[in-house]
Unconditional design. Structure first.
Length: 250
Protein backbone atom coordinates (compact mmCIF):
# COMPACT_ATOMS: atom_id res chain seq x y z
CA UNK A 1 0.00 0.00 0.00
CA UNK A 2 1.07 3.60 -0.57
CA UNK A 3 0.31 6.11 2.19
CA UNK A 4 0.40 9.86 1.51
CA UNK A 5 0.55 12.23 4.49
CA UNK A 6 -0.33 15.66 3.09
CA UNK A 7 -0.35 18.65 5.43
CA UNK A 8 0.49 22.34 5.22
CA UNK A 9 4.07 22.82 6.46
CA UNK A 10 7.22 20.81 7.15
CA UNK A 11 6.87 19.17 10.61
CA UNK A 12 3.02 19.13 10.64
CA UNK A 13 2.63 15.52 9.48
CA UNK A 14 5.43 14.30 11.76
CA UNK A 15 3.93 16.04 14.81
CA UNK A 16 0.38 14.82 14.18
CA UNK A 17 0.86 11.43 12.50
CA UNK A 18 4.54 10.51 12.88
CA UNK A 19 3.81 7.52 15.10
CA UNK A 20 1.22 6.09 12.75
CA UNK A 21 3.53 6.63 9.77
CA UNK A 22 6.28 4.83 11.68
CA UNK A 23 4.00 1.84 12.29
CA UNK A 24 2.93 1.73 8.64
CA UNK A 25 6.50 2.04 7.38
CA UNK A 26 7.49 -0.81 9.70
CA UNK A 27 4.91 -3.01 7.98
CA UNK A 28 6.57 -2.31 4.63
CA UNK A 29 4.07 0.18 3.25
CA UNK A 30 5.38 2.95 1.00
CA UNK A 31 5.20 6.38 2.66
CA UNK A 32 5.15 9.80 1.00
CA UNK A 33 5.11 13.01 3.04
CA UNK A 34 3.95 16.12 1.20
CA UNK A 35 3.53 19.72 2.30
CA UNK A 36 1.71 22.61 0.71
CA UNK A 37 4.56 25.03 1.49
CA UNK A 38 8.27 24.79 2.33
CA UNK A 39 7.70 26.90 5.46
CA UNK A 40 9.14 30.10 4.01
CA UNK A 41 7.74 32.39 6.73
CA UNK A 42 8.98 30.25 9.62
CA UNK A 43 11.95 32.36 10.65
CA UNK A 44 12.85 35.77 12.02
CA UNK A 45 16.50 35.18 11.15
CA UNK A 46 16.52 33.93 7.54
CA UNK A 47 15.02 35.35 4.37
CA UNK A 48 12.09 33.39 2.87
CA UNK A 49 14.05 31.37 0.32
CA UNK A 50 16.82 30.66 2.82
CA UNK A 51 14.50 29.21 5.46
CA UNK A 52 12.51 27.39 2.74
CA UNK A 53 15.69 25.62 1.62
CA UNK A 54 16.57 24.73 5.22
CA UNK A 55 13.12 23.37 5.92
CA UNK A 56 12.99 21.32 2.72
CA UNK A 57 16.26 19.67 3.78
CA UNK A 58 14.92 19.00 7.28
CA UNK A 59 11.72 17.52 5.86
CA UNK A 60 13.72 15.30 3.52
CA UNK A 61 15.89 14.09 6.38
CA UNK A 62 12.84 13.28 8.50
CA UNK A 63 11.20 11.39 5.63
CA UNK A 64 14.40 9.42 5.04
CA UNK A 65 14.21 8.09 8.62
CA UNK A 66 11.02 6.30 7.53
CA UNK A 67 12.42 5.22 4.18
CA UNK A 68 9.91 7.72 2.77
CA UNK A 69 10.15 10.47 0.21
CA UNK A 70 9.27 14.12 0.69
CA UNK A 71 7.67 16.48 -1.82
CA UNK A 72 6.38 20.04 -1.68
CA UNK A 73 3.56 21.67 -3.63
CA UNK A 74 5.53 24.95 -3.46
CA UNK A 75 2.76 27.25 -2.36
CA UNK A 76 3.92 29.92 0.10
CA UNK A 77 3.08 30.37 3.77
CA UNK A 78 -0.18 32.24 4.38
CA UNK A 79 -0.95 31.92 0.66
CA UNK A 80 -2.58 28.49 0.44
CA UNK A 81 -6.09 28.88 -0.99
CA UNK A 82 -8.74 26.46 -2.16
CA UNK A 83 -9.03 28.02 -5.60
CA UNK A 84 -8.96 26.57 -9.10
CA UNK A 85 -5.20 26.82 -9.81
CA UNK A 86 -4.42 25.31 -6.41
CA UNK A 87 -6.86 22.45 -6.95
CA UNK A 88 -5.18 21.58 -10.24
CA UNK A 89 -1.73 21.60 -8.63
CA UNK A 90 -2.77 19.42 -5.68
CA UNK A 91 -4.74 17.08 -7.94
CA UNK A 92 -1.60 16.55 -10.01
CA UNK A 93 0.36 15.62 -6.87
CA UNK A 94 -2.30 13.09 -5.90
CA UNK A 95 -2.24 11.61 -9.40
CA UNK A 96 1.56 11.41 -9.40
CA UNK A 97 1.79 9.78 -5.96
CA UNK A 98 -1.23 7.49 -6.55
CA UNK A 99 -1.96 6.79 -2.86
CA UNK A 100 -4.22 4.11 -1.46
CA UNK A 101 -4.64 6.08 1.78
CA UNK A 102 -4.30 9.82 2.34
CA UNK A 103 -3.78 11.35 5.78
CA UNK A 104 -4.80 15.00 5.50
CA UNK A 105 -5.06 18.13 7.61
CA UNK A 106 -8.29 18.74 9.49
CA UNK A 107 -10.41 21.27 7.54
CA UNK A 108 -11.67 22.64 10.89
CA UNK A 109 -8.21 23.90 11.83
CA UNK A 110 -8.17 27.63 12.62
CA UNK A 111 -4.71 28.18 11.08
CA UNK A 112 -5.41 29.37 7.54
CA UNK A 113 -2.84 27.21 5.71
CA UNK A 114 -3.90 24.12 7.68
CA UNK A 115 -7.57 24.77 6.93
CA UNK A 116 -6.94 25.32 3.23
CA UNK A 117 -4.73 22.22 3.09
CA UNK A 118 -7.51 20.09 4.56
CA UNK A 119 -10.10 21.42 2.14
CA UNK A 120 -7.79 21.09 -0.86
CA UNK A 121 -6.84 17.49 -0.15
CA UNK A 122 -10.49 16.57 0.39
CA UNK A 123 -11.67 18.24 -2.81
CA UNK A 124 -8.74 17.02 -4.88
CA UNK A 125 -9.09 13.38 -3.89
CA UNK A 126 -12.41 13.49 -5.68
CA UNK A 127 -10.96 15.47 -8.60
CA UNK A 128 -7.99 13.13 -8.95
CA UNK A 129 -10.32 10.28 -9.89
CA UNK A 130 -12.45 12.37 -12.25
CA UNK A 131 -11.27 11.41 -15.78
CA UNK A 132 -12.21 14.65 -17.52
CA UNK A 133 -10.64 16.93 -14.90
CA UNK A 134 -7.38 18.19 -16.42
CA UNK A 135 -4.57 19.65 -14.34
CA UNK A 136 -2.78 21.32 -17.23
CA UNK A 137 0.60 20.09 -15.95
CA UNK A 138 3.32 19.14 -18.44
CA UNK A 139 3.31 15.36 -18.90
CA UNK A 140 0.28 15.22 -16.65
CA UNK A 141 -0.32 12.02 -14.70
CA UNK A 142 -3.30 9.81 -15.49
CA UNK A 143 -6.43 10.10 -13.33
CA UNK A 144 -6.64 7.76 -10.35
CA UNK A 145 -8.72 4.63 -10.89
CA UNK A 146 -10.78 5.47 -7.78
CA UNK A 147 -11.03 8.00 -4.99
CA UNK A 148 -8.45 7.13 -2.31
CA UNK A 149 -9.33 6.58 1.32
CA UNK A 150 -8.98 9.84 3.24
CA UNK A 151 -8.49 10.28 6.97
CA UNK A 152 -8.08 13.60 8.77
CA UNK A 153 -5.34 14.01 11.36
CA UNK A 154 -6.11 15.62 14.71
CA UNK A 155 -5.92 19.36 15.28
CA UNK A 156 -2.62 20.66 16.66
CA UNK A 157 -3.02 21.99 20.19
CA UNK A 158 -4.83 20.94 23.31
CA UNK A 159 -8.39 21.07 21.97
CA UNK A 160 -9.00 17.84 20.05
CA UNK A 161 -11.82 17.07 17.70
CA UNK A 162 -13.39 13.77 18.75
CA UNK A 163 -11.52 11.16 16.68
CA UNK A 164 -13.16 8.11 15.16
CA UNK A 165 -10.35 6.03 16.63
CA UNK A 166 -6.99 6.31 18.35
CA UNK A 167 -3.80 4.62 17.18
CA UNK A 168 -1.55 3.30 19.96
CA UNK A 169 1.85 4.79 19.13
CA UNK A 170 3.74 3.90 22.33
CA UNK A 171 6.11 1.54 20.48
CA UNK A 172 6.64 4.09 17.71
CA UNK A 173 6.98 7.16 19.91
CA UNK A 174 10.81 7.27 20.10
CA UNK A 175 10.93 7.29 16.29
CA UNK A 176 8.24 9.97 16.19
CA UNK A 177 10.37 12.12 18.49
CA UNK A 178 13.31 11.65 16.12
CA UNK A 179 11.15 12.74 13.19
CA UNK A 180 10.02 15.89 14.96
CA UNK A 181 13.54 16.67 16.17
CA UNK A 182 14.81 16.86 12.58
CA UNK A 183 12.97 20.16 12.23
CA UNK A 184 15.59 22.03 14.22
CA UNK A 185 15.08 25.38 12.54
CA UNK A 186 11.62 25.63 14.08
CA UNK A 187 12.58 25.38 17.73
CA UNK A 188 13.65 29.00 18.18
CA UNK A 189 10.91 30.28 15.90
CA UNK A 190 8.18 28.39 17.75
CA UNK A 191 9.49 29.65 21.07
CA UNK A 192 9.51 33.27 19.93
CA UNK A 193 6.35 33.30 17.83
CA UNK A 194 4.04 30.82 19.57
CA UNK A 195 5.61 30.50 23.01
CA UNK A 196 6.43 26.81 22.47
CA UNK A 197 9.57 26.20 24.52
CA UNK A 198 9.96 22.49 23.73
CA UNK A 199 8.29 21.03 20.62
CA UNK A 200 9.05 17.47 21.78
CA UNK A 201 7.29 18.06 25.10
CA UNK A 202 4.33 19.54 23.25
CA UNK A 203 4.10 16.49 20.98
CA UNK A 204 4.27 14.17 24.00
CA UNK A 205 1.49 16.13 25.72
CA UNK A 206 -0.72 15.80 22.65
CA UNK A 207 0.01 12.07 22.44
CA UNK A 208 -0.92 11.60 26.11
CA UNK A 209 -4.17 13.51 25.63
CA UNK A 210 -5.16 11.45 22.59
CA UNK A 211 -3.97 8.22 24.15
CA UNK A 212 -6.30 8.80 27.08
CA UNK A 213 -9.23 9.03 24.65
CA UNK A 214 -8.41 5.54 23.43
CA UNK A 215 -7.42 4.03 26.76
CA UNK A 216 -3.72 3.81 25.85
CA UNK A 217 -0.64 5.66 27.04
CA UNK A 218 0.26 7.50 23.83
CA UNK A 219 -1.93 7.93 20.79
CA UNK A 220 -2.77 9.73 17.57
CA UNK A 221 -6.35 10.37 16.49
CA UNK A 222 -7.95 10.15 13.06
CA UNK A 223 -11.37 10.71 11.48
CA UNK A 224 -12.46 9.08 8.26
CA UNK A 225 -13.64 11.53 5.60
CA UNK A 226 -17.36 11.00 5.06
CA UNK A 227 -17.75 13.29 2.05
CA UNK A 228 -19.75 11.88 -0.84
CA UNK A 229 -17.78 9.45 -2.96
CA UNK A 230 -15.06 8.72 -0.43
CA UNK A 231 -14.61 5.05 0.51
CA UNK A 232 -16.08 4.13 3.89
CA UNK A 233 -14.41 0.77 4.34
CA UNK A 234 -11.97 0.79 7.30
CA UNK A 235 -8.79 0.40 5.27
CA UNK A 236 -6.45 2.30 7.62
CA UNK A 237 -7.93 0.57 10.64
CA UNK A 238 -7.41 -2.81 9.02
CA UNK A 239 -3.80 -1.99 8.16
CA UNK A 240 -3.04 -0.97 11.75
CA UNK A 241 -4.91 -3.89 13.33
CA UNK A 242 -4.52 -4.23 17.09
CA UNK A 243 -2.98 -0.75 17.37
CA UNK A 244 -6.38 0.81 16.65
CA UNK A 245 -8.58 1.60 19.67
CA UNK A 246 -12.11 3.00 19.82
CA UNK A 247 -12.64 6.22 21.73
CA UNK A 248 -13.37 5.55 25.39
CA UNK A 249 -16.57 7.16 26.64
CA UNK A 250 -15.96 9.66 29.49
Amino acid sequence: MRILAFHAHPDDAEALAGGTLTLLAGQGHEIVIATMTPGDCGSAEHQPEQIAAIRRREAGTAAALLGARYMCAEFRDLAVFNDEPSRRRVTEILRRTRPDVVLGAAPEDAQCDHQAAGNLVRDCGYAAATPNYRTGAPNAAAPLPKIPHLYFMDLPGDDPLPPDFVVDIAAAFPRKQRLVSQHRSQREWLAEFLGVDDPLARVERWACRLGALGGVELGEGFRRCRAQGYPQTPLLEDLLGDDVHPVVAP
